[in-house]
Ligand binder design. Structure first.
Ligand SMILES: NC(=O)c1ccc[n+]([C@@H]2O[C@H](COP(=O)([O-])OP(=O)(O)OC[C@H]3O[C@@H](n4cnc5c(N)ncnc54)[C@H](OP(=O)(O)O)[C@@H]3O)[C@@H](O)[C@H]2O)c1
Length: 334
């Protein structure tokens, strides 16, 4: 038998632990062309909340069904193999599910991982994995920062936000974060290296706080949040600004808010562009190498909230969604 977390019901509004069940299930067959993993690290990714809602599903992924293991990106160690590319003892990263063991065929964002024993395994799901790739691609490929520019990052205290802030800082930018609480803001300034952080707790009027923090306007808005925060940022751009649409977490659990400041993009000659990190798979080895070198130089750090055991996965996911965890939220299964 093995254990998995299934969707007990479709979340309505804020996701809660009761939306999930931990179940035991029989170990499935592993036929020719497939391999079996013992899963070691589960990545908790906000984007998957989108596909938990009843009737969800789009051009990127189908919606999750009640009773099915919850989709996620997972790091696994191959323990049985009938696939030439994934021998026993190797490590893989794949989009599979919150489960202790998976049977895979090498498709669906599956790639072999060369693991360095000096690096904590969970970092391959965080700063050296999908999170780091997302931050790097969004900032460098879409945002294209230049020294001296002002970069504003929403959900600054989360997985992607902590990496983007550090990367932008190392490019010589002035980096401003948006977050939930004053405590998190202080941590982001003191530990992560943000120049200034605006929190919703003590500075609820974002437009005023942002114009005070960036009086010359914003060059790059790296947006993880969407809705009202994005709309306000759209109204405070410098000429030739770039808006990097990475995520829209404020809209995943509530009604979609309208964007009314699009005229500003025209007069400021701004560019607004969305992206999916998975479109840049071929660049991942080079990006991972760049981030590894920055980690070794001490230019960036990995900030992780690590939970232990499959039964902690629902709590970890809810904590991540609602700003309780800091940095990258992960579950280890050792
Ligand atoms: N485009 C891509 O390829 C791609 C890939 C990965 C992730 N993403 C997106 O990137 C974003 C961050 O994902 P992540 O996995 O790294 O999650 P995360 O940032 O670690 O966690 C989500 C954070 O969002 C903030 N938040 C939650 N509700 C909010 C609200 N109503 N308004 C403002 N902020 C809110 C909270 O941080 P605070 O306490 O700091 O507010 C929370 O901790 C998500 O939107 C996700 O969909 C996109």
């Amino acid at each position: 038998m093995t254990r998995a977390v299934v969707l007990a019901r479709h979340p309505e509004g804020a996701v809660v632990e009761q939306d999930f069940d931990v179940i035991e299930m029989p170990v499935g067959d592993c036929p020719a062309g497939y391999f079996r993993t013992r899963n070691r690290v589960i990545s908790l990714d906000a984007g998957f909340r989108q596909w938990m809602t009843a009737g969800a599903g789009d051009n990127y992924l189908t919606g999750m069904q009640v009773g099915d293991p919850v989709q996620s990106i997972v790091l696994g160690e191959v323990i049985e193999s009938h696939h030439p590319d994934y021998p026993v003892g190797s490590f893989v990263s794949a989009r599979t599910a919150w489960e202790e063991s998976s049977v895979l065929d090498g498709s669906d964002l599956c790639s072999a991982l060369i693991v360095d024993g000096e690096i904590p395994l969970h970092q391959y799901m965080g700063i050296l994995g999908p999170t780091g790739m997302t931050a790097w691609v969004g900032l460098h490929e879409i945002g294209r920062p230049k020294p001296g520019e002002t970069v504003v990052v929403s959900a600054a205290g989360g997985a992607v936000g902590t990496v983007v802030g550090q990367l932008a800082k190392s490019e010589g930018c002035r980096v401003i974060g948006l977050t939930s609480t004053r405590e998190k803001a202080q941590w982001l300034e003191a530990e992560v290296g943000y120049d200034r952080v605006i929190d919703r707790e003590t500075q609820p009027h974002l437009a005023n706080a942002l114009s005070a923090a960036a009086p010359e306007g914003i060059d790059i808005f790296f947006d993880n949040v969407g809705g009202n925060a994005l709309n306000i940022a759209m109204g405070q751009l410098r000429e030739q600004a770039r808006l990097v649409l990475c995520g829209a977490i404020s809209q995943y659990e509530s009604a979609v808010e309208p964007l009314t400041n699009s005229w500003e993009l025209i007069t400021k000659r701004a560019r607004m562009e969305g992206f999916m990190f998975s479109d840049y798979v071929e660049s991942f080895p080079a990006i991972a190498e760049d981030i590894r070198a920055r980690l070794a130089r001490g230019e960036v750090k990995s900030f992780d909230a690590v939970y232990h055991g499959i039964e902690q996965t629902p709590r970890a996911f809810c904590d991540m969604m609602h700003g309780i965890s800091r940095g990258k939220c992960l579950v280890t299964l050792d």
